[in-house]
Write a protein that binds this ligand. Structure first.
Ligand code: KMH
Ligand code: ZN
Length: 271
């Protein structure tokens, strides 16, 4: 089995300091959380950025400031900006970080409900346009799928030339599709041979999904974007604490942790 790639989703767009005071907003806080998560074992930082007051933004300047600050502390870490941004942002706003010479970015492969009246909109044209731009800018997409139909869209758009293979998927389970062992087996067996996958279990599903991915040969995403608790009712002190828990699980289950360069090889990234 390949070594385990751990992604730290340190900030997100929806979670706030009211949910957990350790959620980072400023450039310094974001760089600090990224560095600590990296030292704990994360090889990829999934990055959203905020204004100092916590407002989510896709500003190219703000992304550049955060990327530079993270790279100053850990030059080899893989930085994966979000092109999902926050619900309601325009496509042009969302695409800004892809102009920064980045290695990876998320590519959300369908529209889904996001709680209450919120809808996270990704039309067919949006997905194809984002895919085409990522090919032109040499950015490897992490394909975000919130249910199995989004895997099927990705396969269709890859056949049409909008996404390059081998594809890398992130199964976000517990938002729209439920998070069970059956769901994870079903969805991970639905992707093309040669693809790679990671799982983001939302909320209380974070560590059960991580444990399953570790034994199934997938990879793991944890972080405040998805979950703010280290155990039931106990807030995590940092993203690093969440990463450390995955490292402990992997050790117990006999799976080694990938360095950033090992992750680059596994994901066919060109540095
Ligand atoms: N904040 C969500 C609306 C991504 O990063 O690509 C979108 C999201 C997915 O978080
Ligand atoms: Zn995200």
């Amino acid at each position: 089995m390949e070594k385990l790639i751990i992604t730290a989703a340190i900030c997100g767009a929806e979670v706030t300091k009211e949910n957990n005071p350790a959620v980072p907003y400023t450039v310094e806080e974001i760089a600090h959380e990224a560095y600590e998560a990296y030292k704990a074992g994360a090889s990829i930082i999934h990055l959203h950025v905020r204004e100092d007051d916590g407002t989510p933004t896709q500003s190219k300047e703000r992304f550049k400031a955060c990327i530079d600050a993270i790279k100053a502390k850990c030059p080899d870490v893989i930085i994966q900006p979000s092109t999902g941004g926050a619900v309601g942002m325009t496509d042009l706003e969302r695409l800004q970080p892809t102009e920064l010479g980045i290695e990876m970015a998320t590519l959300d492969c369908g529209t889904c409900n996001f709680g209450g009246d919120e809808i996270f909109v990704n039309t067919e044209n949006t997905i194809k346009n984002f895919g085409k731009i990522m090919i032109e800018r040499n950015v490897k997409p992490e394909i975000e799928v919130f249910d199995k139909g989004m895997v099927d869209y990705a396969i269709r758009y890859a056949k049409q030339g909008f996404i390059k293979e081998p594809m890398h998927f992130d199964f976000v389970l517990g938002v729209q599709m439920t998070a069970s062992a059956r769901d994870l087996v079903f969805i991970s067996e639905s992707i093309p041979a040669g693809s790679t996958w990671t799982v983001s279990g939302i909320g209380r599903h974070e560590f059960p999904m991580a444990a399953l991915a570790i034994v199934m040969g997938g990879h793991v995403r944890v972080g405040f974007e998805d979950n703010v608790y280290i155990e039931k009712g106990v807030l995590a002190k940092s993203n690093a604490e969440l990463v450390e828990k995955v490292v402990r699980l992997a050790k117990e289950l006999g799976r080694e942790i990938a360095t950033p360069d090992e992750a680059r090889r596994i994901l066919s990234l060109k540095k």
